[in-house]
Design a protein around this ligand. Structure first.
Ligand code: FAD
Length: 546
């Protein structure tokens, strides 16, 4: 024990030791199993290295990166417009570590089987340590397939996948690596981007335009370029808008202010105005939504992973605390009600991760496997809805396990709690995901078929599971059209069945109790309502090795 100064009135006792350093890979058997099962075993060494870093250095960097929020600097001291955002140095250290380890670029830079699964694991580890930086990392990763469509933008695609972080505000030619943001949401509409009013005027050079208008949410505004939507003569179109013009001059966009957000404090989100800003068209005029949709599957996957990561960190903190804190003569982890809470959270966390990693494998296989592509298309919407929706209630429950300490900023739980709702709001809020699932079932029968085949693949010996799957037969076959008002219920049922399926496929020891409680409904509305006979022995130690 270090020689700590003593209080005159009392000794400090019954407080847990520091959480970090911890090895987020070695501690997480579910992650290790998932990586191997979903085909990324060849990357295990690389992921293990990042797990050790994330649970120590990156975890510590995250606290100050949040405490000291980004600041907008519109002008330099001589009065020139600069439109820059200053971050705490830890933000850059986090970004550098992530990009150098492939959190944004691995799946493109090393395109072998399992690369998307490996990058998903890296992203999961990073988001546990510091979820704010995951926003620019996710957007940079997801932009690559869109950038690759345009031969003129090949340099952008190449530098977005480089394992090189360069935060300098310079033209692309001077930088070995770049990050990419995106701008779709305007004041009058975010979900319904067809309402965008930003206009695009064609220039003499092929593919070049000027944009006039605004974006109401524009995150990571120090990104080197942004994929944005604007109205061209042929309709809503996708553009790449760089910070600097090809000749090196500053592009004509103005950062108006930074959002004063509930959480996500390490990362800046801005409002921006385009005043004849130069942009390069990506895809055809009028095909903006279809073009940018290529990003959407990837950003939705990262929302699933990000929320699963927040839950995982909250769970690990709760178990750690309860193992060391005593109340009423026992350690908290020995109290039966607390065991029920922790075991229930452990089941939920495992279900979130195994499903997200299963979807990562579908994304990995999608380019050469039509059935996996169809599954990835619908499963990302289902998972984005459900896993992100579960995170805030989950984090609150984990926070409560720490008592008052969980509500204090020095604990990461307060930060996780503020961060938790974000993934369900951005990139299509809950209702939008559910409507998208209905749309897929109505218009893309292969998506329903892929989900049905997935659910069929694990046998029918569990009555809770097979009963739940049977109830989904008609909607997935397209013989029962669910009305919009019923969309959330359908998607919740689908998500729970697919999570049960993923756990059963994995041979997880929590699969049966998941199916009994979530599919057989032997569960209350709050966490900690597992039936008393569903033994929590083993579940807590599986979630975090003692
Ligand atoms: C921290 C943060 C960062 C962000 N960063 C970015 C960014 O970098 N780039 C960017 O483009 N956007 C960004 N956004 C914006 C975000 O993607 C939008 O806020 C989101 O898509 C919702 O759009 P909206 O705010 O206009 O709400 P609306 O579209 O008005 O939706 C409001 C509510 O109505 C629901 N709704 C909408 N249509 C229907 C319908 N037909 N039926 C039922 N319900 C419906 C929605 O689900 C939602 O719950 C960010 C948001 C946040 C909070």
């Amino acid at each position: 024990m270090p020689d700590l100064p003593r209080y005159e009135t009392h000794v400090v006792e019954n407080q847990p030791p520091e959480f970090a350093p911890r090895d987020l890979w070695a501690d997480d058997v579910v992650l290790r199993e998932s990586v191997r099962r979903e085909g990324a075993g060849a990357f295990a060494g690389r992921i293990a290295d990042y797990g050790a870093l994330a649970g120590d250095t990156l975890y510590r960097l995250g606290f100050d990166a949040h405490r000291d929020r980004p600041r907008l600097r519109t002008h330099d001291r001589f009065g020139h417009r600069v439109d820059q955002v200053e971050f705490h140095p830890n933000y850059h250290a986090l970004m550098q570590a992530a990009i150098e380890h492939g959190v944004a670029g691995l799946s493109w830079a090393q395109p072998q089987a399992g690369a998307h699964v490996a990058r998903a694991a890296l992203s999961y580890l990073h988001s546990q340590a510091e979820p704010g930086t995951s926003c620019p990392l996710t957007m940079t990763h997801a932009a690559v397939p869109v950038l690759r469509r345009e031969p003129a933008l090949r340099d952008w695609a190449g530098k977005a996948t480089a394992f090189h972080y360069d935060p300098r505000d310079l033209p692309i030619a001077a930088k070995p690596g770049v990050t990419i943001g995106m701008g779709m949401t305007e004041k009058q509409g975010g979900s319904d981007v067809r309402a965008n009013t930003t206009t695009a005027t064609s220039l003499a050079e092929a593919g070049e335009y000027t944009l006039s208008g605004h974006k109401w949410f524009f995150s990571a505004p120090m990104s080197d370029a942004f994929l944005v939507l604007a109205q061209a003569p042929g309709g809503l179109t996708c553009f790449l808008l760089p910070r600097h013009l090809p000749d090196g001059a500053k592009n004509a966009f103005r950062l108006l202010r930074l959002k004063d957000k509930l959480g996500d404090w390490s990362n800046a989100s801005s409002e921006v105005e385009f005043r004849g800003a130069w942009a390069h068209r990506v895809g055809d005029e009028g095909r903006g939504i279809a073009t940018i949709l290529e990003m959407v599957m990837l950003t939705r996957l990262d929302c699933m992973l990000g929320s699963a990561a927040i839950m995982r960190m909250a769970l690990a903190q709760a178990i750690h605390h309860c193992r060391h804190r005593r109340a009423f003569g026992k350690r908290l982890v020995e109290q039966p009600v607390m065991r029920n809470v922790l075991a229930d959270l452990a089941i939920e966390s495992e279900a979130a991760l195994v499903f997200a990693m299963r979807v990562a494998r579908a994304v990995d296989a999608a380019p050469h496997d039509a059935a996996e592509a169809a599954f990835a298309r619908i499963a990302t919407a289902i998972g984005k809805y459900w896993i992100c929706k579960r995170a805030p209630a989950f984090v609150n429950e984990a926070q409560e396990c720490l008592g008052g300490n969980g509500y204090v900023e020095e604990s990461i739980l307060a930060r996780l709690y503020r961060q938790a709702p974000l993934n369900s709001i951005w990139e299509g809020s809950g209702n939008i995901q559910c409507l998208d699932v209905l749309r897929a079932l109505a218009k893309e029968p292969e998506a329903g078929l892929a989900s049905w085949n997935e659910l069929q693949a694990t046998g029918s010996e569990d009555a809770d599971y097979s009963g739940a799957v049977e109830r989904l037969r008609a909607p997935l076959a397209g013989t029962l059209r669910v009305e919009e008002a019923g969309a959330r219920m359908l998607v919740e049922d689908l998500a729970l069945a697919l999570q049960g399926n993923a756990l059963r496929r994995a041979g997880s020891p929590v699969a049966q109790v998941f199916c009994r409680t979530r599919l057989g409904r032997a569960h209350g509305l709050a966490f900690g309502t597992l039936p008393p006979d569903s033994s929590s022995d083993g579940m807590i130690d599986r979630a975090l090795a003692p």
